[in-house]
Design a protein around this ligand. Structure first.
Ligand code: BGC
Length: 756
């Protein structure tokens, strides 16, 4: 299709019209030119295709579909290949249903456990988020269906989401809030990017030229179209000029007219409208010209896939006395309503109308399992009778498994949580059951961290996150050892909400939400602080054990243009087959800027039989070592030594090896009369000029040992004198030289320092 030729035949009104939706889910068709409408749908972890009553909040029904685990869960898999398989399955269902774009993945960073949409987001870590979302996009788009990576950008709270401004400094944006989008765009070219509702540093994301054009297109090379989050447009003309191509859903023609007027009045260049239309039509035709409506959608098979995925996402947080896996002939009490009616997805636009769900109780059919309800999730209560029944069941059984977590109303799109606690009634049930049976296991269903006041009283905790419609099947497989758990926490579980780094400013004051903790989000903060946490980032147990050895690097010294290969040997030293997640962190040994103690820069997941061992290699490029330098406005590797670490979590580092990295980028420094000695001496070139001058000054300033009185020696040691020297500005040379002061010499010195 010659899209440019097509555009030349469109009227201005038609072009403006194509820049917004026909309705909630379709782009506009122009029949006289054979331009078809194309349909998009939520997303991200299954289809929410609405045939009739439409909305963007998950209020009205959609077609029956398959609900895969939400991103909170899939992130815990640390498994790119699995995310790709899930994407392929969703891509197939889109082809079957004629959907050109699935609205996801959602990749906003988990700044606080309170964000209502954390269940839909991946992680507190940008590297993990970027790689997993890219893998998902790869899967969907391999089926010739587009994705819409969202919500671009810095949309880490639901509170006042359509008016709040995320105030984020340059380095924090680049290191924490943008990289997931950057990775996905550079590696997988999502067909579309969805801009977020919020403002970024005062400017709505939907009309932010720096974000939508300078960074997204010019720096990263994005080729698709930018779509607004549903209703995110404030000033349509400013938005179009900034790079927002498609407004969704529609403005009833109101904003289309504004575009026409702006072109007619000369405020907006028509070429910008043409460009947006071209980007939109490129995608519309990319889908329709290759549509495969015959693609089967085997929901049963996808239900099984959802179970397989959910099982591989579960995180075994605690397992004292190896109480898990359960024996299949042991009498077990399943206590808690979630055993019968699991909570497996969150509320809002991602809410899926499941064609089937499997509870743990159904999945355990045939096993000696009995049930007590314990509490009512909808009523958020536990009656005395329910607790008494739970206690009787717990006493009767060898092992008591309490199914608990967060009811629907606790976390959803559209609002944030106000605390991190589980319902009081559920905590009471857990306490009562644990008091009645020392062998108590807790299975959690929640999209984000919860406080666990009972943690010391139970033997095991299995975190299922929001595991999708087959969560019950997956839970039983993991509890009984058919699947060996291999999930790792993609976020820190703090002991209490107040420990979280964003606690002091989360949510903001009115519409100003300052991201004051800067780059110290999640484990980047807890590890720097050496703060106690409930469970650290990357933590997750297995029914077997893995040993790491022989970490070797391809070089001792590299430049920032080289690729370093790190290889480690992993061995299954237990007696069960299982999957290991190998986490690679990098730590800058002495940085002149504040940096996290360590940052995740690689991860791999492998399957090993008992006794089997494999080598795992990681390629590390400049970005693995760099931080965002605000003077250069670019990534920069500060020359020096770095440690490559292999860990079981960010708090459990097994191996480390050192590498020296040289920078090929020279930072030009400028000195003036207020530059201090220490900074001049830290710069090898300047130090060479300055050292001899300083030596003379030192001799003058610090009298020779023999000339000092004892009292003077006590008052100021040589060390102290030198330390004070460090912070002296160049101008102090004049003050201390007294009569010998010669400003022209100092001028000369400055010129020499600056000119080379
Ligand atoms: C959400 C998006 C979603 C869109 C369409 C918005 O409210 O923020 O994530 O894709 O609605 O349902």
């Amino acid at each position: 299709m010659d899209i440019k030729a097509l555009i030349s035949q469109l009227t201005l009104e038609e072009k403006a019209g194509l820049c917004s939706g026909a309705d909630f889910w379709h782009t506009k068709a122009i029949e006289r030119l054979g331009i078809p409408a194309s349909m998009v749908s939520d997303g991200p972890h299954g289809l929410r295709k609405q045939d009739e009553k439409t909305d963007h909040l998950g209020v009205n029904d959609s077609i029956k579909a398959v609900c895969f685990p939400a991103a909170s869960a899939t992130a815990a898999s640390f498994d790119r290949a699995m995310l790709t398989r899930m994407g392929e399955a969703i891509g197939d269902s889109c082809q079957h249903e004629g959907l050109s774009v699935v609205l996801g993945p959602a990749v906003n960073i988990k700044r606080s456990p309170l964000c209502g949409r954390n269940f839909e987001y991946f992680s507190e870590d940008p590297y993990l988020t970027g790689k997993l979302s890219a893998a998902f996009i790869h899967g969907v788009q391999s089926r010739n269906v587009g994705t819409s990576i969202k919500h671009f950008a810095a949309n880490s709270q639901e509170h006042r989401r359509m008016s709040s401004s995320s105030e984020v400094d340059e380095r924090t944006l680049r290191e924490i809030y943008l990289p997931a989008f950057e990775t996905a765009v550079k590696e997988e070219q999502p067909w579309t990017v969805m801009c977020s509702y919020n403002r970024l540093n005062g400017v709505f994301a939907s009309e932010n030229p720096w974000l939508l054009t300078d960074v997204l297109r010019k720096e990263w090379g994005f080729e698709g179209y930018v779509v607004s989050d549903w209703g995110a447009v404030s000033d349509r003309v400013a938005g179009l000029a900034a790079g927002l191509d498609l407004e969704m859903p529609s403005s009833g023609g109101f904003n289309d007219k504004k575009i026409v007027e702006a072109v007619r009045s000369g405020e907006l260049d028509e070429a910008i409208v043409d460009q947006a239309v071209e980007r939109i039509l490129n995608i519309v035709f990319r889908f329709t010209e290759n549509a495969k409506p015959d693609t089967p959608w085997d929901k049963e098979a996808q239900h099984q896939l959802a179970a397989e995925i959910a099982a591989d996402c579960m995180v075994l947080l605690k397992n004292d006395d190896k109480i898990l896996p359960l024996q299949k002939d042991a009498s077990v009490a399943f206590i808690g309503e979630f055993a019968k009616k699991p909570r497996f997805q969150g509320g809002g636009s991602s809410h899926i109308n499941c064609f089937r769900t499997t509870s743990a109780l159904e999945a355990a059919e045939g096993l000696p399992v009995f049930y007590a309800q314990g509490y009512s999730a909808a009523k958020d209560s536990a009656t005395e009778e329910q607790i008494a029944e739970a206690v009787i069941a717990a006493k009767k059984a060898k092992i008591a498994v309490v199914f608990a977590g967060l009811p629907d109303v606790y976390e959803s799109e559209g609002y944030d949580r106000t605390h991190m606690r589980m319902p009081e009634c559920q905590n009471r049930v857990i306490e009562a059951v644990a008091a009645a049976n020392p062998n108590t296991v807790v299975v959690l269903h929640n999209g984000s961290p919860v406080e666990m006041p009972w943690i010391g009283k139970v033997k095991a905790v299995l975190e299922t996150y929001l595991g999708g419609q087959a969560v019950g099947l997956a839970t039983v497989r993991v509890l009984y050892g058919d699947t060996n758990p291999s999930g790792k926490l993609p976020e820190t579980f703090p002991l209490q909400l107040e420990d979280n780094p964003s606690y002091l400013s989360y949510g903001g004051e009115g519409d100003v939400a300052e991201y004051r903790e800067g780059v110290f989000v999640g484990y980047r903060y807890y590890d720097f602080k050496k703060a106690a946490v409930l469970f650290p980032f990357g933590h997750g147990l297995s029914y077997t054990d893995f040993a790491y050895s022989n970490l070797r690097l391809s070089a001792d010294t590299i430049t920032d243009q080289d690729i370093l290969t790190a290889t480690v040997t992993v061995k299954n030293i237990g007696d069960r087959a299982g999957k290991a997640v190998i986490q690679l962190y990098i730590s800058d040994k002495n940085s002149s800027v504040f940096r996290p103690v360590r940052e995740l820069k690689g991860f791999e997941k492998i399957y090993l039989q008992p006794g089997e061992e494999k080598d795992v290699s990681f390629s590390l490029d400049k970005r693995a070592f760099a931080y965002w330098n605000t003077a250069l406005h670019d990534w920069y590797v500060e020359p020096g030594d770095f440690t490559i670490e292999i860990g079981h979590s960010s708090r459990d580092i097994a191996l480390g090896a050192s590498v020296t990295v040289r920078s090929t980028v020279k930072i030009k420094r400028h000195y003036d009369m207020n530059s201090i000695f220490m900074d001049i001496l830290a710069d090898p070139h300047a130090a060479a000029v300055f050292e001899p001058i300083l030596a003379g000054m030192r001799a003058a300033f610090l009298p020779a040992d023999t000339e000092q009185t004892d009292a003077a020696k006590e008052a100021i040691t040589e060390e102290m004198g030198l330390a004070m020297f460090n912070y002296m500005p160049l101008r102090s040379i004049l003050s201390f030289a007294g009569e010998k002061a010669d400003p022209s010499l100092l001028e000369h010195l400055l010129n020499t320092l600056n000119n080379e």
